[in-house]
Ligand binder design. Structure first.
Ligand code: GLN
Length: 550
């Protein structure tokens, strides 16, 4: 038997509507199999033409997640990494744009040997080759592949075709899961299965029969509807998994297992179970979190919530999860408040409302809007000794604020906002300038994991418990080297630097000046994991909890 055919592939597709938690379903399936002792990797396929998620506004598409190798991808990749505690790479993520780009490049390089290159089969074949590569690279027993969008749209037809071809290639090794939505119209008051039946028919017309249906709804699925769906969609009743809304995404794998998801998958694919902990650790962590007494109140001051709360939490999902893991580690309930930085711009009276928070986070961001509000919030946090944690833009703005109000450089700024300022304490990197001139925006920032060295005895050094770190980046601008000495003399210390000493990675105020005032040029939130909370988030929350007690 060749190696590739020992691997198993689980495709997760969506029925009826999007946004019902396909990503969490895929992550949970992966988690269940991993907790049974198998090696698991995950792939996200997004149907859009963008080559990656980096050029999309967070209000359009939610958070842009960044991998170690610098790929800017969908937030589901973050869910996979967090659920599976794994490190994925760009081969685990594809879009229509990315697949077409490769096929066209190969054609230009004569790699198709003079053949007519066609949408079918060459696009699906490229998809399959990527899936195989990702599985091979991870040496996975199971590869979970989530196809974005919903069955029946034009956009993902070629990906479904790839899935169908894969089943033909490996008949015993491919399994299909459909995550579908069952509405309960308030006027009728009962759960309706019809849309799901249509979705399955639709999938059938793409040559695919689902092996498992995950029935998403407000309420659990009853026996009668299970049987009805089984009969009309040609599945065993036991293969229809009830998936009612839950409070925490971390309950999803536990719920799936109640309906025997793991057993069903192994049985269908003819696999023997292995020794694993069967979600024991997972349950131990996540079933205790509701019992934690005491809260820690954190304000996140951002701007990507012009379209309402829904989008807001989507745009900062890794920050939210990072806060949760560290708070759970400290046995506290995190309460996050979302403050729009624009509200602080013209309303000086509002500043005082910040005093009630135990800590303030200014997360990453781009562009001009809401910036003066953020600067005011940072100043308030610094002067009133409220724990402050700046992530990327939040670090750059902390430097701007310090330069303006402590160094007295009144027009200090970042080149992103005012390139004509006399004092560009945050400036564009020279190679970035060239890229912007050429309108080379896509995938062209400083992206992915870079090492940094920490200053002995600094807050950062103590939090990490080591001197060398590696963290993920996504930015074009940097602390301007010309100002480093002046800023440090005035008290703000650069406690993390690139190994050659040129790039400033962490800025912090010493403990005697402020309980916690720290910003990172990188995005620590991308490396926070349920069982490995991020040390900087944990340190920030530890100090915030102390403030709460007072
Ligand atoms: N806009 C800033 C830069 O490009 C910060 C980016 C971020 O917060 N991710 O450098």
């Amino acid at each position: 038997m060749d190696k590739q055919s020992e691997r198993k592939y689980i495709f997760v597709v969506g029925g009826v509507i999007s946004g019902v938690g396909k990503g969490i379903a895929a992550s949970s399936i992966g988690k269940i199999l991993q907790s049974r002792g198998f090696r698991v990797t995950a792939i996200k396929i997004d149907p859009y033409v963008n080559v990656d998620a980096g050029t999309m506004n967070p209000t359009e598409h939610g958070e842009v997640f960044v991998l170690d190798d610098g790929d800017e991808c969908d937030q589901d990749m973050g869910n996979y990494e967090r659920f599976l505690d794994t490190t994925l790479s760009r081969i685990n993520y594809m879009t229509s744009g990315r697949v077409y780009e490769t096929v066209i490049r190969k054609e230009r390089n004569l790699e198709y040997g003079g053949k007519c290159v066609e949408v079918i089969p060459h696009i699906p074949l490229e998809v399959i080759s990527r899936i195989e590569k990702a599985s091979e690279r991870a040496k996975s027993d199971f590869t979970v592949i989530e196809i974005g969008g919903t069955v029946g749209e034009y956009q993902n037809v070629l990906f479904l075709e790839a899935a169908r071809m894969m089943k033909t290639k490996y008949p015993k090794d491919v399994l299909f899961v459909m995550v579908s939505y069952l509405p309960i119209p308030s006027t009728i008051g009962e759960m309706k299965t019809k849309p799901t039946q249509h979705a399955v028919r639709n999938l059938n017309s793409a040559g695919i029969q689902p092996d498992i249906i995950i029935a998403r709804s407000n309420a659990p699925l009853d026996k009668k509807r299970k049987e009805k769906l089984a009969l009309f969609c040609s599945l065993l009743p036991g293969h229809i998994i009830s998936a009612p809304d839950v409070e925490s995404i971390y309950d999803v794998p536990i719920n799936f297992e109640r309906d025997k998801m793991g057993d069903i998958i192994l049985e269908t694919l003819g696999m023997k179970r292995k020794n694993g902990d069967d979600l024991r650790e997972w349950k131990r962590l996540f079933s205790s979190v509701n019992k934690f007494k005491g809260e820690v109140n954190i304000a996140v001051v951002g701007k990507y919530f012009d379209t309402g709360d829904f989008v807001l939490s989507d745009a900062y999902i890794s920050v939210i999860e990072a806060v949760k893991y560290s708070a759970y580690h400290l046995k506290k309930q995190p309460v996050l408040s979302w403050l729009n930085s624009k509200d602080f711009e013209a309303n000086p009276g509002k500043m005082k409302s910040l005093a009630k928070y135990d800590g303030i986070i200014v997360p990453g961001g781009f562009g001009e809007s809401g910036i003066e509000g953020k600067l005011k919030v940072i100043k308030y946090a610094r002067e009133n000794k409220i724990p402050y944690f700046g992530l990327c833009y939040g670090m750059q703005l902390a430097v701007v604020e310090y330069a303006r109000n402590v160094l007295g450089l009144k027009d200090a700024n970042t080149a992103e906002i005012n390139p004509d300022s006399e004092n560009l304490v945050i400036d564009i990197m020279p190679e970035q300038k060239e890229k912007l001139k050429k309108k080379d925006y896509g995938g062209s920032m400083r992206l992915g994991a870079y090492p940094a060295r920490l200053k002995e005895g600094s807050i950062a050094n103590k939090a990490y418990g080591k001197k060398e770190i590696s963290e993920r980046h996504r930015h074009r601008y940097e602390v301007n080297p010309e100002y480093i000495e002046k800023i440090e003399k005035a008290g703000l210390i650069f406690s993390g630097r690139s190994p050659n000493g040129k790039l400033m990675e962490i800025a912090e105020l010493p403990k005697r000046k402020h309980p916690f005032f720290l910003g990172t040029q990188f995005h620590p939130e991308f490396l926070a994991r349920p069982f490995r909370p991020h040390p900087l988030f944990t340190e920030f929350l530890r100090v915030a909890i102390r403030r709460h007690k007072k």
